[in-house]
Design a protein around this ligand. Structure first.
Ligand code: FAD
Ligand code: SF4
Length: 508
């Protein structure tokens, strides 16, 4: 007798350990752990997604003839309880697990199994297109890693949007010039983002909602109003709806931010991809098929393919290359605590409308799109010098698609420059100009984006210069931003003094 233990974020349709197993002498194990779910203050919608999706996957496997041993959070305090009860009842010779997606679980499983009196064996993951060792081989000897070269290599290897000679279809690798339109262009174009597939619920999900409210009612967000698919068929429908309804607009409006339009033309596939309800390959194949059939423009399809085989794989590769230790980096020595308004509690909101809107949205849904994460929230945490560990924990708590492997490089590398430029050649720092161009947030803000100092000045303006003042020495030697340091140095001493004083007053 053997056990295949399926972890919550590994609900793949073709689990590699099951592919090799025999239904007669295998038990499939699922364990929900209250302790694990309380590790951080995880958003209630994320917990509903995980537990409902696990229960649905278990039901599918039972229906397919597998013996399933399921431990629900209502009865299971910790993994060790579920595992010990399982071993006592089924006495497996070994437990097979797919390589966990994060470092902490990888380290925790063997001793956990040992304490339950059983050996654990891992099988390679099939949740990513690039095996960890292959990424490491590619990265070998490189001082910093450039996403674009990883991406082009992947396009060629997978034969996606390339011709027989390995040249990019349409003559370009990148269509940024056609994509990334501004909020003014959005208004002018009078586009209307199609709605998502609609609220998802069934008896299992309702049961989970109740359990989450009971055990984790003090976590951010609300369990009711759950809005994501929880099984493979629902996830496949979700993907089809994206490709039919929103892929066309994905490229042009990829970076635009519009108040009360949380998803615009984004795919909202990350919550499903990250737990294995969809595979990265089927997502990019569906998009490329739409292009081949003339249903979606090349610029949008290329932009989407870039996110999945480019950014997603790159981020995962960096995580495994640099762990352990990567999540503890703090190259800019940022120490400020996370502001209270970030949790979105009543009566604690910030007056900065862009931040307030993004926080409200993530509190209510567990989702922000990429530019809201990077250029609004992330930009604030970078400029304000918020401690990386606190930022990391906050992102990990608030998002329905958050897992260690994806959060680490996005937060430590991309947002906070806390790895000293290993993955981002420059900090993604911006004043109010970017937000006012790409969003409609400023019109409802008590601050004015065009004002640089004084009571009405947008805080991003003086925080931006304060950031370059604080890190002038470091960035003076960085070709991509040395210009900003020189601009700072050209300001008169009195202007510098007033900018720094206003930044300090705001931050304290
Ligand atoms: P789309 O814009 O439709 O993009 C398509 C897909 O591309 C996404 O579903 C995702 O799978 C992939 N993708 C795009 N960019 C990235 C990226 N930088 N890293 C990894 N995958 C990417 N992504 C997560 O999956 N989980 C997270 O917890 C997460 N946290 C983030 C935190 C910060 C600070 C930043 C800057 C980015 C984060 N991202 C995270 C990446 C990206 O913002 C989300 O994947 C994306 O917003 C998810 O929404 P979507 O599915 O509508 O994406
Ligand atoms: Fe954000 Fe500044 Fe615009 Fe206000 S004025 S919404 S703080 S960018």
């Amino acid at each position: 007798m053997q056990t295949v233990w399926i972890l919550a974020d590994q609900l793949v349709p073709d689990h590699p350990a099951l592919a090799e197993a025999n239904k007669k002498d295998t038990v499939v194990l699922f364990v929900e752990s209250r302790r694990r779910a309380s590790h951080l203050q995880y958003h209630q919608q994320k917990l509903v997604l995980l537990y409902s999706a696990m229960r649905h996957r278990a039901a599918e496997l039972r229906e397919a003839g597998w013996t399933v041993d399921y431990h629900r959070l209502e009865d299971t305090k910790a993994f060790s309880d579920g595992l010990k009860a399982h071993v006592k009842k089924h006495r497996p010779e070994r437990i097979l697990v797919m390589e966990p997606n994060d470092y902490a679980t990888t380290k925790a499983l063997p001793p956990l199994a040992k304490s339950a009196g059983v050996e654990i064996e891992t099988v390679p993951t099939n949740m990513f297109l690039v095996p960890r060792a292959e990424f490491a081989e590619w990265a070998e000897g490189k001082k910093s890693l450039v996403m674009e070269s990883h991406y082009r290599r992947m396009r060629k290897e997978l034969g996606l949007l390339v011709d027989a000679d390995g040249k990019p279809v349409g003559g370009e690798w990148n269509f940024d010039a056609e994509n990334r339109k501004t909020e003014a262009q959005y208004r002018k174009a009078k586009v209307e983002p199609p709605p998502l597939a609609g609220k998802q619920s069934d008896e299992t999900t309702e049961e989970v909602i109740e359990a989450v409210q009971r055990h984790f009612g003090d976590h951010p967000g609300r369990a009711e109003g759950f809005w994501l698919p929880v099984h493979r068929a629902g996830a496949q429908r979700w993907l089809r709806r994206f490709v039919c309804d929103r892929l066309e607009g994905f490229g042009p409006w990829e970076d635009t931010m519009v108040q009360d339009e949380p998803h615009l033309f984004h795919s909202v596939l990350s919550p499903l991809l990250n737990i294995g309800l969809l595979t990265p390959k089927e997502c990019v194949d569906a998009a490329v098929r739409a292009f081949d059939e003339g249903d979606a423009p090349l610029a949008s399809v290329e932009g989407f393919v870039r996110q999945i085989i480019g950014w997603r794989e790159f981020i995962n590769g960096i995580y495994w290359l640099r762990m352990p230790g990567y999540t503890e980096l703090n190259e800019l020595e940022a120490k400020r605590p996370l502001p209270e308004w970030a949790w979105g509690r009543e009566g604690e909101e910030t007056e900065m409308n862009c931040l307030r809107q993004c926080v409200r949205q993530v509190r209510d849904t567990g989702y922000n799109h990429h530019i809201q994460r990077l250029m609004v929230l992330g930009n604030y945490f970078l400029l304000s010098g918020t401690a990386p560990r606190e930022v990391l924990d906050w992102f990990n708590s608030m998002y329905v698609d958050a897992y260690d492997w994806v959060m680490a490089a996005n937060v430590i590398g991309m947002v906070l420059y806390a790895d000293g430029g290993f993955m981002a050649t420059k900090p993604y720092a911006a004043g109010s100009g970017y937000i006012s161009k790409m969003s409609d947030y400023c019109k409802d803000c008590r601050y004015k984006p065009s004002v640089k100092t004084g009571d009405d000045a947008c805080p991003f303006n003086y925080l931006y210069w304060n950031f370059y003042a604080e890190h002038a020495e470091r960035f003076a030697g960085n070709q991509r931003v040395a210009f900003m340091v020189r601009q700072w140095e050209k300001k008169s001493p009195s202007e510098q003094k007033s900018i720094r004083a206003q930044a300090q007053a705001f931050l304290s």
